[in-house]
Design a protein around this ligand. Sequence first.
Ligand code: J76
Length: 283
Amino acid sequence: SDAPQRTLPLHCLQISSFTNRSWSRTDGSTWLGDVQIHTWSHDSDIIRYLKPWAGGTFTDQQWEQLQHLFRVYRSSFSRDMQEFARIVQADYPFELQLFAGCEVHPGSIPESFIHVAFQGSSIVHFQGTSWVAVPDAPQWVGKILQVLNHDLGTRATVQWLLNDTCPQFARGVFEAGKSELEKQVKPEAWLTGARTPGSDHLLLVCHVSGFYPKPAWAMWMWGGQEHPDTQQGDTVPNTDGTWYLRVTLDVAAEQAAGLACRVNHSSLGDQDIILHWGEKDLV
Ligand code: J76
């Protein structure tokens, strides 16, 4: 029997900026989970690989066919949107964002989508076989969709991309990049602290950096208990594909002794990192 096949969502982002009637640019990127695998620059004719395995299991010929399709699409898209802007008398500058992709679930049919936003708000998505406006879309969107939905060739191509190409590509690229995507990188952790000006408080910071994958846990501890005043930061990207997290604690200076920061991440197993606060960590 086939073992349930874990994969990651494949996401494509497109940003198109329209400056005036004759100038626009379109840039894009492809992501597998939180890893960027392609970049598609306005300045380039081709979609570029950022990873050696970013072609997945597609043949050179399949990939060349897609490159051609997206070259035609990008210039058609710019031309079409300029034409629509003229029809609905849209104000410049404006921006269109496309968010498309698919997720392959073991044992069930893949889920694919395209969402389009205008000036940062969702206006249209592709549903089944045609383009559909979101419920609260502006009136003029309906007018444009009538025209777009007339193009049966493009609708068929979009369905093929969503239902066949995307899931097939997602499976292949996950297979090809598996060892890198499933890598485990251990975090480093360190403490800093500073006096809060005008009070006898300290702001203690526990830094956790360089880990992969993204989920991580860190907490200030006091007497073996999680300190309830711990402030969680966001997990933000480093430039090398790893992640950074910090948790902070505002305490009265005399209560700092005895505090520790506890860190857990999948790469550590049950070997949590525990760092004890000391005067040496004051900066
Ligand atoms: C998101 C991926 C879409 C891929 C579409 C590929 C097909 C394509 O490039 N179509 C354009 C050229 O179409 C001609 O040539 C085709 C063969 O190459 C067929 O023969 C087709 O029948 C023929 O017409 C076509 O010009 C498309 O219109 C390009 C744009 C598609 C698109 O992105 N549509 C879109 C964009 C924004 C739909 C909705 C919105 C939101 C509303 C916008 C409000 C301003």
